[in-house]
Design a protein around this ligand. Structure first.
Ligand code: HAM
Length: 425
C-alpha cells in the first residue's frame, strides 16, 4: 500500500472545517488591519534561502528539500531549487522583483504550506502550514517605526483572542542591529571559549559557527553556563534601545501583556531589533505557536534597496491543535439543513428541488431513489441533517411535501413555496 510520506499528513473532514474557520477569522482580522494577500511560489532558487535565511541556520544547513532542476534545452542551465522552508524570503524577493516600494508601505499576508526536513513529532511536520504577514517598505513609508512592531503584535493578540485562544504568552526581545550583533557575537564567542567544552555537542559546534544559537539550547546541564553569558540587552546602542522602549510603551498602552526574554534569538539569521514568539502552554514541547520579528537588512542582503520590515508566521497546524483542545470541529461545521429522500423514479424531481433549496443557501444532502425509506432515514441521521424531506410522485403532483424534523420526530406537510422558510426555521 502506498502511504503518505513520513512527516506529511492528510487533513480530513471534519477537521478541515476547523482549518477553514481559522483561515476565515484570519482573513477577517487582516482586512480590518488593512493587510492584503500575497501568494508566492512554493519553490524558489536555493540561493534565495541561503542568502535570506542564512547558510549557518539549521533550516538551510540541514532541513531543506533541494534538488537540481535539469535543463530542458542545451542553451538552458540547470538550477538548484528548493521547496520553501518559510515565506519571508519569498515575499521580500517579490517586493524587489515587482518594485513594490512604489506602493509605499506594503502590508501583506499569506497562508500556505512550508517544508522542512525536521524529525517529525506531535506539532512538528515536514510539510506544515503557516499563516504569516509582512510589513515592508522604504523607510520613508514608516516601515521602521516602532508603531509598526506594536501594531503587528497587537493584531496577533486580537487574532488569538478572536479564535478563543486565551492562554498565550508573548515573549519579547530586541536582538539589535546587525552591527550590534557582530559585537555581541564576539563577546559571546569570547565568553564561550573557556566553558564550551563542558557544554553539549550542539553548543560546542555553535560556539564557533553561530554563538547566538547557544542561547537557544534547552539542555538542562547547560543552563547555568548560559545564564552567566553576556546579554544582548547590554549591547544595544541608543537607537535600538529607544526603538525597543517605544515598542514596549505602545504595547503597554494598548494593553497587550508581554514577557521580556533576553535569550530569545530565533532560528533565522535575518532578524534585527524586535524579535518575538507567542507560546501556548497546552502544546507541549513544540509550544511556539508563532514567531517573528524585524528584518531591516533582508532586502539589501537579497540585492534590493533598503526596506525595513517586520513580520511573523503562525504555525497553523499548532494553532488548530490548540483549538482542538477545547472545541471540536463539529461546532464550526455546518451540518445539512435537510436530507432529500427520493422515492423510486424520482431522482430528477429530487434534484430539481435540491437546486431550488440550495439557491436559498440551504445545505442540502441529496439521496438516491434506489434507497428504501428506512435506508434514507439512516443516511439522513448519519449526515446529521436537521430535516428529512420526502419526494414521491404524490408530493410532486400535489405540490405539498412531507417534512420531518429528525430530532423531534414531528412531521408536517409543507407547500413547495414555503419549504425554504420552514426548513430554515
Ligand atoms: P519560524 O519561527 O521558523 O519563523 O516559524 C514560525 C512558526 O511556524 C513556528 O513558531 C511554528 O509554529 C511553525 N513551525 C515551524 N516549523 C514547523 C514544523 N516543522 N512543523 C509545524 N510547525 C512549524 C518563520 O518561519 C519566519 N518566516 C517568521 C517571520 C515572518 N519572521 C518575520 N516574518
Amino acid at each position: 500500500m502506498i502511504k503518505a510520506i513520513r512527516g506529511t499528513r492528510d487533513l480530513l473532514p471534519p477537521d478541515t472545517a476547523l482549518w477553514n474557520f481559522v483561515e476565515g477569522v484570519v482573513r477577517d482580522v487582516m482586512r480590518t488591519y488593512n493587510f492584503q494577500e500575497i501568494r508566492t511560489p512554493i519553490f524558489e532558487a536555493t540561493e534565495l534561502f541561503a542568502r535570506g535565511v542564512g547558510e549557518e541556520t539549521d533550516i538551510v544547513a540541514k532541513e531543506m528539500y533541494t534538488w537540481e532542476d535539469r535543463s530542458r534545452a542545451a542553451s538552458e542551465k540547470g538550477q538548484s531549487l528548493t521547496l520553501r522552508p518559510e515565506n519571508t524570503a519569498g515575499v521580500v524577493r517579490a517586493y524587489i522583483e515587482h518594485k513594490l516600494w512604489d506602493r509605499g508601505l506594503n502590508k501583506l499576508y499569506y497562508i500556505g504550506p512550508q517544508f522542512r526536513r525536521e524529525r517529525p513529532q506531535k506539532g512538528r511536520y515536514r510539510q506544515f502550514y503557516q499563516i504569516g504577514a509582512e510589513v515592508i517598505g522604504p523607510a520613508s513609508s514608516g516601515s521602521e517605526s516602532p508603531a509598526r512592531d506594536a501594531e503587528v503584535l497587537e493584531m496577533l493578540a486580537t487574532l488569538l483572542d478572536r479564535l478563543g485562544i486565551t492562554e498565550w504568552n508573548l515573549e519579547l526581545n530586541s536582538v539589535g542591529s546587525s552591527q550590534e550583533r557582530v559585537k555581541f557575537n564576539e563577546a559571546l564567542r569570547k565568553a564561550l571559549e573557556p566553558v564550551k567544552d563542558k557544554m553539549c555537542a550542539d553548543c560546542q559546534r555553535r560556539a564557533t559557527t553561530n554563538p547566538l544559537r547557544v542561547l537557544d539550547c534547552k539542555v538542562p546541564e547547560d543552563q547555568p553556563i548560559i545564564e552567566a553569558l553576556p546579554r544582548i540587552t547590554d549591547y544595544l546602542e541608543e537607537d535600538s534601545r529607544k526603538h525597543f522602549e517605544a515598542v514596549k510603551e505602545i504595547l503597554t498602552k494598548v494593553g497587550v501583556p508581554f514577557t521580556l526574554n533576553s535569550r530569545l534569538v530565533r532560528g533565522l539569521d535575518y532578524y534585527t531589533r524586535t524579535a518575538f514568539e507567542f507560546t501556548h502552554g497546552a502544546l507541549g514541547a513544540q509550544n511556539a505557536i508563532l514567531g517573528g520579528g524585524r528584518y531591516d537588512g533582508l532586502s539589501e542582503a537579497l540585492g534590493g534597496p533598503a526596506a525595513p520590515g517586520i513580520g511573523f508566521a503562525i504555525g497553523e497546524d499548532r494553532l488548530v491543535m490548540s483549538l482542538q483542545e477545547k472545541s471540536s470541529a463539529d461546532s464550526v461545521l455546518r451540518k445539512p439543513d435537510v436530507y432529500i429522500a427520493a422515492m423510486a423514479g424520482m431522482n430528477g424531481e429530487a434534484a430539481r428541488l435540491a437546486r431550488e433549496l440550495r439557491r436559498h443557501d440551504l445545505v442540502v444532502e441529496l439521496g438516491d431513489d434506489g434507497f428504501r425509506l428506512k435506508k434514507s432515514f439512516e443516511a439522513a441521521t448519519k449526515a446529521g441533517a436537521k430535516y428529512i424531506l420526502i419526494v414521491g410522485e404524490n408530493e410532486v403532483n400535489s405540490g405539498s411535501f412531507a417534512l420531518k424534523n429528525l430530532a423531534t420526530g414531528e412531521q408536517i406537510s409543507v407547500p413547495r413555496t414555503d419549504l425554504p422558510q420552514k426548513i430554515r426555521s
